[in-house]
Design a protein around this ligand. Structure first.
Ligand SMILES: Cc1cc2nc3c(=O)[nH]c(=O)nc-3n(C[C@H](O)[C@H](O)[C@H](O)COP(=O)(O)OP(=O)(O)OC[C@H]3O[C@@H](n4cnc5c(N)ncnc54)[C@H](O)[C@@H]3O)c2cc1C
Ligand SMILES: *[C@@H]1O[C@H](CO)[C@@H](O)[C@H](O)[C@H]1NC(C)=O
Ligand SMILES: *[C@@H]1O[C@H](CO)[C@@H](O)[C@H](O)[C@H]1NC(C)=O
Length: 450
C-alpha cells in the first residue's frame, strides 16, 4: 500500500455512509496515514445492508459469493477467523457454481419431464416451473421482472470460484472487526447528510457537507457511498451544484430493485431432513405474462419459495422465503399480522396441513428503509459498461482542485455490483484514488524543488 507524505495527512476526508464501502475506504485511508477521516452515518449503526438480527438471522447480505483467494471479503473473514473450517478448504474454494444460490435445480425437473413432447398437463407444469424459476432469478437480480434487466449489460457481472458460504456468527462480525481497525471516534452516528456543496472557490476547503441538523463541516474530499436507490431519489437535493448530466443519466439508467426475505420459524420441522429448498408452483401461471392486477390477494405468489436454514442447532426450524419486485414492496406495507396470515395460509395450502402455525415471522423491508430505498443494483435496460464508469467517476476530474466528491458503493463496481465484495472493493478503489493523488502531487512537489 502507498503511504502519504506527512504534509498531506491532514487533508480532511468525509465519508458519507458506514456500510462496507465507507468502512473499507476509511480503513485503507487510515492505514495509509490520513489522520482526518470522518464517516457520517445516517442511522445509529454501521453495516448498512449487512445486518444480522437475533439468532444470527441475516436481514441483508447472507453469503460470501465466490469465496476464494480473489475475493477480499473471503480473505478478510479468514484473517479475522469468522468462517467455518469447511469454507476454508481448497475444495470449497475451487468449486465452480456460477454464482447461483442452491435453488436453481428446477431446470432438472423440466428436463426430466421430456418437456418438448409432453401432454397438456405436463406442459402446464412446465410453465409453472419456468415461472417459478423466473421469480427466483428476480430475487437474485433484485428486480421486478427480467424485462427490466439489460441484456447488453448482462454479461458484465462476474462470478468468482468457490461454493458460497455464510458467517456462522453473523455477517456483522466482519463490520465489527473492520471498525476495530479505526480510531474509535471515526464514525459519527445519527448524522444524515442533507447536502454536499462542492466546487467552492471562496472557502479554503472546496467542499461543505451539511447534515440534517444544520451542522456544516468543511472537507477537501467527500466519498459518497449511499445506495443507488438513495441517489436516484435524492440527487437533486444532495448535490449543489447538481451532478453533471452524463452522470445523472447513468444513475437513472442503472437499475435498483427490491429483494426481501421472510423468515418463518416453527417449533418443529414438517419438511424432510434433507430438504434444502421448497418451490411453490401455481397451476394458473401457465403464461409468463406479468400479472400485477390484484396485489392484495396475489402478492404472495411472487414468493418463489423457501430455503431451509441449516444447521438446525444454529437456527432452529427456520425457513427463509424470497420475494422480489413490486409484490415485495407491497408486502413491506402490510402489518406483521397480515404477512404472518398470508404465509400461514400459503404453507397450509401447499402442505394440505390445516393446523401448521409458525412460531414467528420476520421480514425485511429494504424498499421502505429511507437510507437504502431498495435492495441492490442490476444493469437496467440500455445500461452499458460506460454507465458504470460514469457512476464511479469523481467530481471534478480536472482543474486546480480535483477529486472533491468521489463515489463508492456496491452499484459503482464494474462487474461485482450487488455484492459485499464489490462494495468493499469500491471503497478501496476510492481510497487508492486519493492515495495516488497525494503521492503524485507530493512527487511533483519534490520534483519542482529539485
Ligand atoms: C436482502 C439482501 C440480500 C443480500 N444478499 C447478499 C449476499 O448474500 N451476498 C452479497 O455479497 N451481497 C448481498 N447483498 C448485497 C450487499 O448487502 C450490498 O451490496 C452491500 O452491503 C452494499 O454495501 P454499501 O457500502 O455499498 O452500501 P450500504 O450497506 O447500503 O451502506 C450505505 C450506508 O449509507 C448510509 N446512508 C444513506 N444515506 C445517507 C445519508 N444521506 N447520510 C449519511 N449516511 C447515509 C446508510 O444508512 C448505510 O449505512 C444483499 C443485499 C440485500 C438487501
Ligand atoms: C440475473 O439473472 C440472470 C439470468 O437469469 C443471471 O444470468 C445473472 O447472473 C443474474 N445477475 C446477478 C447479478 O446475479
Ligand atoms: C465550478 O466553479 C467554476 C469557477 O467558479 C465555474 O467556472 C464552474 O462552472 C463550476 N462548475 C460547476 C459544475 O458548477
Amino acid at each position: 500500500m502507498d503511504s502519504v507524505k506527512s504534509e498531506n495527512i491532514n487533508a480532511k476526508i468525509v465519508i458519507v455512509g458506514s456500510g462496507i464501502a465507507g468502512i473499507s475506504a476509511a480503513v485503507e485511508l487510515t492505514a495509509a496515514g490520513f489522520t482526518n477521516v470522518q464517516i457520517l452515518e445516517a442511522t445509529g449503526r454501521s453495516g448498512g445492508r449487512i445486518k444480522t438480527g437475533d439468532n444470527v438471522v441475516e436481514i441483508g447480505a447472507n453469503w460470501i459469493h465466490g469465496p476464494s483467494e480473489e475475493n477480499p471479503v473471503f480473505c478478510l473473514a479468514r484473517r479475522y477467523g469468522l468462517l467455518d473450517p469447511e469454507a476454508l478448504t481448497p475444495e470449497n474454494q475451487a468449486m465452480e457454481v456460477g454464482g447461483h444460490p442452491p435453488w436453481m435445480t428446477c431446470l432438472e425437473i423440466l428436463e426430466e419431464k421430456k418437456w418438448a413432447d409432453a401432454d397438456k398437463a405436463t406442459r402446464s407444469l412446465g410453465f409453472s416451473v419456468v415461472s417459478n424459476l423466473l421469480k427466483g432469478e428476480c430475487c437474485v437480480n433484485g428486480t421486478h421482472s427480467l424485462d427490466e434487466v439489460g441484456l447488453g449489460a448482462f454479461s458484465l457481472y462476474k462470478t468468482l470460484p468457490g461454493l458460497d458460504c455464510t458467517f456462522p456468527k453473523g455477517y456483522e462480525g466482519l463490520i465489527q472487526n473492520l471498525l476495530s481497525e479505526l480510531p474509535s471516534d471515526t464514525v459519527k452516528y445519527n448524522c444524515p447528510v442533507r447536502c454536499i456543496e462542492w466546487n467552492n472557490t471562496e472557502t479554503e476547503s472546496p467542499v461543505i457537507v451539511e447534515c440534517e441538523d444544520g451542522d456544516r463541516m468543511t472537507a477537501d474530499h467527500v466519498i459518497v457511498t449511499v445506495s443507488l436507490g438513495y441517489l436516484k431519489k435524492h440527487h437533486s437535493t444532495l448535490f449543489r451544484p447538481p451532478l453533471p448530466l452524463h452522470k445523472l443519466h447513468s444513475i437513472q439508467r442503472q437499475g435498483f430493485g427490491t429483494n426481501n426475505k421472510i423468515f418463518v420459524e416453527f417449533d418443529s420441522a414438517w419438511w424432510d431432513a434433507d430438504c434444502e429448498v421448497m418451490h411453490f408452483l401455481w397451476e394458473d401461471e401457465n403464461s409468463l405474462v406479468d400479472k400485477t392486477l390484484d396485489l392484495q390477494s396475489s402478492w404472495i405468489k411472487k414468493l418463489f419459495g423457501f430455503t431451509v436454514l441449516k444447521p438446525t442447532e444454529r437456527y432452529g426450524h427456520l425457513l427463509c422465503g424470497w420475494i422480489a419486485g413490486h409484490e415485495s414492496e407491497y408486502m413491506e406495507t402490510l402489518s406483521d399480522q397480515e404477512v404472518t396470515q398470508a404465509v400461514t395460509q400459503l404453507i397450509r395450502r401447499f402442505t394440505g396441513n390445516p393446523i401448521l402455525t409458525p412460531k414467528r415471522v420476520l421480514r425485511s423491508q429494504w424498499f421502505h428503509n429511507p437510507w437504502t430505498c431498495g435492495s441492490y443494483s442490476f444493469p437496467g435496460t440500455g445500461c452499458s459498461s460506460q454507465d458504470l464508469k460514469n457512476l464511479a467517476e469523481p467530481l471534478p476530474t480536472t482543474g486546480p482542485q480535483p477529486l472533491q466528491v468521489l463515489f463508492a458503493g456496491e452499484a459503482t463496481h464494474p462487474c461485482f455490483y450487488s455484492t459485499v465484495h464489490g462494495a468493499l472493493l469500491t471503497g478501496q478503489r476510492e481510497a487508492d484514488r486519493l492515495l495516488s493523488h497525494y503521492s503524485s502531487t507530493s512527487t511533483n512537489h519534490v520534483l519542482s524543488k529539485l
